[in-house]
Design a protein around this ligand. Sequence first.
Ligand code: 5RP
Length: 227
Amino acid sequence: MPTQDELKLLAAKRALDFIQPGMVVGLGSGSTATLFIKLLGEKVQQGLKIRGIASSEDSAKLGASLGIPVVGFTEATETDVTVDGADEVAPGLALIKGGGGKLLREKIVASASKKFIIVADSSKVVKKLGKFKLPIEVIPMAEPLVSERLRALGYPSSIRQAKDGSGNYITDEGNLILDCDPTQIDDPTALAAQLDTMVGVVEHGLFLGMADLVLVAGEDAITEYTP
Ligand code: 5RP
């Protein structure tokens, strides 16, 4: 039986089929997107001409180290294809993202993509979003207010900690991440609307109506989900 990492690699490999010479490619973040960037880097080293727009400092560094010309939105206003991972994929291609803390730039890059492709192993597919805690990026000084507002709505949250034990996790934009536990999200659209209007919230990990294609690698096959 393939491991989860082998399934992630299969999904990442399939996403390469969507890359054509001359494209601007959005580089996602997280372990599955990293596998894709490494495969793309190999193709670039073999002569494929593309440019990348990165969704995190980590992905920008990785892409550049592999020889992918990494540009910003001043050089290209949109990506032809963006390939990124997800923490949960629910019916309607509703996603939770941000497990790696990169959701703000990921959403910006996704919003500027002609085709937004998600690569995932089958463990990410759920009937309803919310088992994975919803990451919410907040302005540091507003954190106590946002935490309290979330609590009042019935959604307890905790400030994400850095893995190296150095304290709070700090995003690429210098903000905090609240991992929010709405237990299960019955109405993602309504929750997204509440979060969109909460002052102090910079962005949240609900990606609704954004994915054009989800490539899910399972034991026997890769399943393609479209909206
Ligand atoms: C990072 C993300 C990742 O794409 C998401 O967490 C999935 O990661 P992985 O491929 O490592 O399971 O949203 O902010």
